[in-house]
Ligand binder design. Structure first.
Ligand code: ATP
Ligand code: MG
Length: 274
């Protein structure tokens, strides 16, 4: 059976303000989807709602993983079920080393029945696996000794995120592109690393304004969000069009959604779990 992520008529509010207004999305494990759309259209909100961020209230609609409703689950349960989100604005955890963070997260996902306080994956076993993955991804093992996202450059945040992906091996991963600009080398490295992990093993939703990530990981589907709705879905040619032409055509074609998008702008942007 192929794993599926199915979103139906999803409405999400933040502080009682409607942001998502009926999102429908079908993903299968093994597919790569690009999610594009102008600033403030609701892309990060969709990612945060899928992960169950407490500030993002699902007012109606469903998010199902293999037919099971995620909306009723805690963020932790969703992670255990195999869903992963890389935040647009990753939080720093000073004092917690990346390796320790990954050991907890990996244990949590692999041993879903583990109770709080029970043993983690044995250190030796974990270290060996982490080292193997880091070598595969051509990362310096010293990197895992740094505190999570604490003073990380944009490129380093990306690397930490890809290492999490490699260790957690989620069924579905949502990659919300980091704010900090990545230089061409960092984007190429990130793209190659995703290919190295094997994007065909996951269902991947890539939220991006840049085309480089998509050049190396060509999406089978491109979705365009405007004013909290997915107004168009196409193939890679749609991503290419939007990269070269921008959103002018989309805005004109969907004036109501465009008006809603304009009205939403100016509010605070989606925030990571703090
Ligand atoms: N925590 C929040 N508090 C208040 N408003 C929010 C919050 N999160 C999101 N919003 C609002 O929801 C709308 C959609 O924001 P979101 O961050 O999802 O857009 P986006 O498509 O990811 O934009 P960008 O391309 O700039 O990342 C915006 O108007 C934003 O101000
Ligand atoms: Mg965003």
């Amino acid at each position: 059976m192929i794993d599926t992520l199915t979103i139906r008529e999803l409405h999400v509010s933040v502080e009682d303000k409607p942001i998502l207004r009926g999102v429908n999305l079908d993903m299968k494990r093994g597919e790569t989807h690009a999610l594009m759309g102008p600033n403030g259209s609701g892309k990060s909100t969709l990612g945060l709602a899928i992960m169950g961020h407490p500030n993002y209230e699902v007012t109606s609609g469903t998010i199902e993983l293999n037919g099971e409703d995620l909306v009723e689950m805690s963020p932790d349960e969703r992670a255990r079920a195999g869903v992963f989100l890389a935040f647009q604005r990753p939080i720093a955890i000073p004092g917690v080393k990346l390796a320790d963070f990954l050991r907890h997260a990996t244990t949590n996902v692999r041993r879903p029945d583990r109770k709080e306080g029970e043993e983690l994956i044995p250190m030796r076993e974990f270290r060996k696996e982490l080292k193997g993955k880091m070598q595969q991804l051509q990362m310096d093992v010293e990197f895992a000794r740094r505190y999570v996202n604490d003073g990380f450059s944009g490129g380093e945040m990306k690397r930490a995120e890809i290492l999490q992906l490699a260790m957690l091996q989620p069924k579905f991963a949502i990659l919300d592109e980091t704010d900090s600009g990545l230089d061409a080398d960092a984007v190429r490295l990130a793209s190659e690393s995703i290919a190295e992990i094997g994007r065909e093993k996951m269902g991947l939703l890539i939220i991006t304004h840049h085309d480089k990530l998509l050049v190396h990981n060509p999406p089978e589907f491109t979705h365009v969000m405007l004013g909290g709705r997915l107004v168009e879905t196409g193939g890679i040619e749609l991503a290419n069009e939007l990269h070269s032409e921008g959103y002018e055509r989309i805005r004109k074609a969907y004036p109501d959604a465009d008006a809603e998008n304009q009205a939403m702008l100016g509010k605070i942007e989606a925030q990571p779990v703090g």
